[in-house]
Design a protein around this ligand. Structure first.
Ligand code: ZN
Length: 465
C-alpha cells in the first residue's frame, strides 16, 4: 500500500507500527446540524481506505470522534429550547442515518468528547508540568506554540499572517497560542477539573482520545494514520500534533491523509455561502449508493466539484452494474480470487486510485455482458464473475442491494403496495391455472409502467424507464 502523506508531501510505502495491524483516527462531526455532502465525502474516503486495508489482510482499528460539546451545540440548544444532550443526540442519530444510507460502515470506536474529559485534563496537566502551557488571569489555559520546536512542521506554514481562525486574546503569549481549557465562571455548561470548572478546547479532544483509545505506547508514533478534510490541516491538526508531541513521548501519526473539499461552482461548499447540500435532501432524490458512487468517483486528494449532471451520469454507470447483477440473480457460488480482484486491489493500493478502479469495473461489466450474451450457461464463468462482483461490493461498497429493489428507488409506498397486490393476485391466478386473469393482471402492471420478472425465488418488478 502506498499512501500520500501530507506531512512529508510525498507518496510513501505504508508500514504499520505493529505488523498486521492498523490504527486509524479521523476527526468526526460536531453534532449541531445535519450532515452535508462535504461530511459525506470525508467519511466515504476513510470508509474506502478501511475496506482496502482490510482486503489486504490488516486488522484495522478505526476511531472517529463525536464532538458533543461545543459553542455551536450550546447555541443551538439555547435557540431551540432543547438541552445540549438532546441536540447532540438528535444530530448524532441523523449523522449515523445519513452515513448508513451511503453504505459507510461505522468505525470500530466512536468516542464522545463528553466521555473523555479526564483524558483531556490529564493531558493539560502534562503540558502545564512541561511548561508547554500557561494559565491566564481568567483561568483559561493556553498552549505555548513557541515552546514547541516542531510547531508548523506538519502544515509547512512559515508565518501566521492572514489566518482568520486564530483566536485574538490580548493575554496570549503568542498569536498562534490556542486554548486547551476555557474556564466557566457562570452557570453555563461546564465540567469539573483540577483547574476549576470549564470546558476543553476543541483541538485537545482528538489528541486526548487518541492517547486514551488508540495509542501504541513505546512506538515513535501514537497511531499509524490520522485523517480528515484538508481544511483541518491548519490549525486543527497542527495543534493536535503539537499537543501530543509535547505531552507524550511520541509524535501523533506516522501518516497524515487529507481529503479535498466538495465545491459547488468552484466554491467550497459551506453553510455560510448558502451552497451546502444536506445529505438528507440529496437522499430524497437519489439512492444512497448512487451518491456513494458519485462522491467516490474522483481522487480523494483533489477538490470535488458537485454537479447534478455528473451525478446523473454516475447513476447510469451504477445502473449498468445492477443490470449485470440481475443477470446473475439466484446464483450462489464460493468466492474465489479472480484476476479482476487482484487488479482492483493493485490499483487501489496506489493511494486509492479510484479512477483506475472505476475503469476496471466498467471493463468488467462490458466484457461480462458480452460473455453472457455469447454463452449464457457457462457455469465456471458465471461463478468467477460472481466473485469479481463480490469484491466490488466488499471493497468499493457498490452493488450491495437487491438489484430489483435498487430499480424501485423513488416509487412511493402506496404505489408499491398496489404493485405488490397485483403481483400477488397474478401469482394466485397462475397457481389456479386461471391464465386469462393472470395475463390481464400482467397487462395492468405493464400499463402503469411496471416490468415483472418471474424467478425461482419469486416475482420481482421494476419501473420501466
Ligand atoms: Zn481532530
Amino acid at each position: 500500500m502506498f499512501i500520500y502523506d501530507s506531512h512529508q508531501k510525498t507518496k510513501r510505502k505504508f508500514k504499520p507500527l505493529i505488523e498486521g495491524k492498523v490504527s486509524l483516527y479521523v476527526c468526526g462531526p460536531t453534532v449541531y446540524d445535519d450532515a452535508h455532502l462535504g461530511h459525506a465525502k470525508s467519511a466515504l474516503v476513510f470508509d474506502l481506505l478501511t475496506r482496502v486495508l482490510e482486503a489486504q489482510g490488516y486488522d484495522v482499528t478505526f476511531a472517529r470522534n463525536i464532538t458533543d460539546i461545543d459553542d455551536k451545540i450550546i447555541n443551538k440548544a439555547l435557540s431551540s429550547g432543547q438541552s445540549v444532550e438532546e441536540i447532540a443526540q438528535t444530530y448524532t442519530d441523523s449523522y449515523h442515518r445519513d452515513m448508513d444510507a451511503l453504505g459507510i460502515r461505522r468505525p470500530t470506536l466512536e468516542p464522545k468528547a463528553t466521555q473523555s474529559i479526564e483524558a483531556m485534563t490529564e493531558m493539560i496537566q502534562k503540558l502545564l508540568d512541561k511548561k508547554h502551557a500557561y494559565t491566564i488571569r481568567n483561568g483559561d489555559i493556553y498552549f505555548d506554540t513557541v515552546s514547541d520546536k516542531g510547531y508548523l512542521s506538519l502544515s509547512h506554514r512559515h508565518s501566521l499572517e492572514n489566518i482568520s481562525r486564530v483566536e485574538k486574546v490580548s493575554e496570549k503569549h503568542n498569536d498562534a497560542d490556542f486554548a486547551l481549557w476555557k474556564a466557566v465562571h457562570d452557570e453555563g455548561i461546564a465540567f469539573d477539573s483540577p483547574f476549576g470548572r470549564g470546558r476543553p478546547g476543541w483541538h485537545l479532544e482528538c489528541s486526548a482520545m487518541i492517547e486514551k483509545h488508540l495509542a501504541t505506547q513505546g512506538a515513535p508514533y501514537a497511531i499509524d494514520i490520522h485523517g480528515g478534510g484538508a481544511d483541518l490541516l491548519f490549525p486543527h491538526h497542527e495543534n493536535e500534533a503539537a499537543q501530543t508531541r509535547c505531552s507524550m513521548n511520541h509524535e501523533l501519526a506516522a501518516y497524515w491523509m487529507h481529503n479535498g473539499f466538495v465545491t459547488v461552482g468552484g466554491e467550497k461548499m459551506s453553510k455560510s455561502l448558502g451552497n451546502s447540500f444536506f445529505l438528507k435532501d440529496a437522499l430524497k432524490a437519489y439512492d444512497g449508493e448512487v451518491l456513494r458512487f458519485y462522491l467516490l468517483s474522483t481522487h480523494y486528494r483533489g477538490d470535488f466539484n458537485f454537479n447534478e449532471e455528473d451525478l446523473i451520469a454516475s447513476k447510469k454507470r451504477l445502473d449498468r452494474l445492477y443490470r449485470l447483477k440481475k443477470r446473475l440473480f439466484d446464483l450462489s457460488a464460493p468466492i474465489i480470487e479472480t484476476e479482476f480482484t487482484k487488479n482492483l486491489l493493485d490499483v487501489l493500493e496506489d493511494d486509492l486510485n479510484v479512477s483506475k478502479a472505476y475503469a476496471l469495473m466498467d471493463e468488467l461489466i462490458a466484457s461480462a455482458n458480452e460473455a453472457l450474451d455469447a454463452n449464457p450457461k457457462d457455469k465456471v464463468y458465471r461463478q468467477a464473475l460472481l466473485s469479481s462482483l463480490s469484491t466490488i461490493e466488499t471493497v468499493l461498497g457498490f452493488g450491495a442491494k437487491n438489484p430489483y429493489h435498487y430499480f424501485q428507488f423513488g416509487v412511493n409506498e402506496a404505489t408499491k403496495i398496489k404493485i405488490d397486490n397485483l403481483i400477488t393476485q397474478r401469482s394466485e391466478a397462475k397457481k389456479a391455472k386461471d391464465f386469462a386473469s393472470s395475463d390481464a393482471l400482467r397487462d395492468e402492471l405493464t400499463t402503469i409502467g411496471v416490468a415483472i420478472m418471474d424467478t425461482a425465488t419469486g416475482t420481482f418488478w421494476e419501473m420501466k424507464n
